[in-house]
Design a protein around this ligand. Sequence first.
Ligand SMILES: Cc1ncc(COP(=O)(O)O)c(C=O)c1O
Length: 389
Amino acid sequence: MTIDVERARRETPGCARVVHFNNAGAALPPAAVTDAVVDHLRLEEHIGGYEAAEAAEAEVGNAYTAIARLLGCAPHEVAVVENATRGWDMAFYAFDFRPGDRILTIRTEYASNVIALLQVAARTGAVIEVLETDEYGLPDLGDLARELERGAALVAVTHVPTHSGLVNPAAEIGALARAAGVPYLLDACQSVGQLPVDVAAIGCDMLSATGRKFLRGPRGTGFLYVSDRLVERLVPPFLDLHAATWTAPDAYEIRPDARRFETWETNYAGKIGLGVAVDYALGWGLDAIEVRVTALAEGLRSQLREVPGVTVRDEGTRRCGIVTFTVDGVPAAEVRRRLGAAGINTSVSPMEYARFDLAARGLPDLVRASVHYYNTEDELDRLTAVLRQ
Ligand SMILES: Cc1ncc(COP(=O)(O)O)c(C=O)c1O
């Protein structure tokens, strides 16, 4: 199946206004998503917020069933939260780490996750082990096997890094973690929506993602998958009357499902819009999306390699829609500014977003041009033309 790019662009009002290569930041939403959000806000305006939530029960419930279809899990294994970080944190901070517990992670891990690892390690005496990296910038699976044999409390890995076009071998890591009986937390924030992500095939126990990036959902939405295998062993760091029930003056019971990681108050319009965005992605098909996104990104890399002074920085063996590069003698922020002045949206990945990796590679920052299926070959040409200037 191929993507009907014309239709995708017609259904995306932003395509007429900007050349958007900041899909790894926040993709342009389709009109259907914005309409769903605005319609619900209007309903709240007209009949009241609680009453609107009740009237839209089916649309709200759809967010869970759609995400479950996307990930290949059950709806009750999904919590809808404010963003990927909050989802990841709710799972991570639910672990009761003890001194000496080993947490295995990788060089391309995302900054917020590493900050949380550092905080918890300092508090509990847990130890962070960063796996060795092979010549492609990928975690060395032999090293992972050895580290798992020594015993570990958690494997925490980012599927697609914020600052690189590589795709980490999530399923291979999952197979090793499952065989060793070690819980596996996958940050799929940048992979969900641009390539198929199936929790059973990957073998992760927990997975976090966001709405606004490749899924094209509303800002301020995200979700956490927690497998039935693990959920009742994880006590959320915060509880409220949605996550738990106050059953006696001195007692409460925590919900048995993933929604123990949610709070009572939530952005209903965002949740509804997120469900619409997931359905929309499923409508195109994640296999078809990956084929189109990967082809565009490879095309862009080839063009960039021809531009004097430009160096493509993506590593890995399987690559995705994130394209990173540097321009000799021009800071990434300046490249981004000049592209922006020409109506082309890109972003910058500074050292602080991925310090383990960028420091090891001696790169202070990168320009990130992230494509989506609605981008065109023409737009790739426009980006390279501005860089040539
Ligand atoms: C790999 C990765 N993980 C997590 C996040 C955080 O997502 P959010 O801003 O939705 O919390 C990002 C955001 O850029 C990311 O790139």
